[in-house]
Ligand binder design. Structure first.
Ligand SMILES: [Zn+2]
Length: 342
């Protein structure tokens, strides 16, 4: 799969722009789903196209989604999930978890039907629990409709898509976009994206509900914070929380401990065996590493990886890792050059 012709992406984007220009600060699910599908076209070259890896990830994802469905039935979730005017059925139907080939340590969702687990993160996971804690967190962003909550983030992702070349010409030629971004056009949209991700509150909330999905999906809640602990050990928690848009990793670990202490005594009734044995898990990691190394390192993969590197972080307490900064700078330059050539 390669980037599709512009015509296929212009219509939903133009519709989204009209909607954003006219509406307040929220967008509806249909817009986010279609936008996420557009962004996915730019990321597709980095998706690990291997049935064994894909099936494993989706099996884990389906356990999380089933748990979230049970949570919904018990009315567990924020107000943004229980809106009366929009169905949540889509969140439990066509959701796709993807392994993407990237050297960046991250996981991300564009808020629609796609969630991305970077292979560099998978490589660092020592257990299935660590991997599924991150996946539950990503699904919780979707469940809580965090992307739908603010246009800033909408522009952010759109800017990223434009930069990836998926929708570049379509966005730049659409005057409504320039109007909607205070006359500054797609450059501003991309610039907005550079400093924009989920807010600290969003991250907290995604941890809160991710924790429940993780437990109700059958994993041990005492393991939920293991990956954050590993990241602290790797030196990812150097920025004081006050100077960051993200919760510190230490706080995320503390919050998980507090949530465990608040659980009813019979919480172990949810526990199920892990999907993969430790040996199988190690073999899957090795498979991802081997197949990743064999993927043709062409321009489309590099473009997708640049975008993956630039996305805001869901697992680090800072959004200023050197490669992230570098990727954003390059994307900004590409967008500027694209603008000048018009
Ligand atoms: Zn997050």
């Amino acid at each position: 799969m390669r980037s599709l012709p512009m015509k296929t992406t212009l219509a939903p984007l133009a519709m989204l722009m009209l909607l954003l220009a006219g509406a307040g600060c929220k967008v509806d699910d249909a817009s986010v789903i279609s936008q996420a599908a557009d962004v996915h076209k730019g990321l597709q070259p980095a998706v690990m196209d291997d049935p064994q890896l894909a099936n494993y990830l989706q099996t884990l994802g389906n356990r999380i989604i089933t748990a979230a469905k049970q949570a919904e039935a018990k009315h567990i979730g924020p107000d943004s999930h229980f809106q009366t005017d929009q169905s949540t059925a889509w969140m439990f139907q066509n959701m796709k978890f993807h392994f993407v080939n990237s050297k960046t340590l991250n996981a991300f969702t564009t808020g629609g039907e796609h969630m991305y687990i970077y292979t560099a993160l998978f490589e660092q996971c020592q257990t299935e629990d660590e991997l599924t804690a991150v996946m539950s967190h990503e699904f919780a962003h979707v469940y809580c409709r965090h992307v739908q909550q603010g246009t800033q983030r909408q522009y952010a992702i759109m800017g990223a898509a434009a930069a990836a070349g998926v929708v570049g010409a379509a966005v730049a030629k659409d005057n409504r976009v320039a109007g909607a971004t205070a006359g500054a056009g797609v450059g501003a949209a991309a610039a907005g994206f550079l400093g924009m991700g989920f807010t600290r509150q969003d991250e907290d909330e995604a941890d809160k509900y991710g924790f429940y999905f993780f437990m109700m999906g059958g994993w041990d809640p005492n393991r939920f914070a293991d990956f954050f602990k590993r990241m602290i050990d790797m030196g990812y928690d150097k920025t004081p929380e006050i100077a960051s848009d993200h919760p510190s990793l230490a706080n995320r670990v503390e919050n998980a401990k507090r949530r465990i202490s608040e659980l009813p005594k019979d919480y172990t009734k949810w526990k199920k065996p892990n999907t993969a044995t430790p040996e199988q898990f190690a073999a899957l990691k090795q498979r991802a590493k081997d197949l990743g190394a064999k993927m043709p390192d062409d321009a489309s993969l590099q473009k997708a990886q640049q975008l993956l590197a630039a996305f805001p972080s869901c697992v680090s307490s800072t959004d200023n890792q050197p490669e992230q900064v570098q990727a954003r700078k390059q994307i900004q330059q590409n967008v500027d050059a694209q603008q000048k050539s018009k």
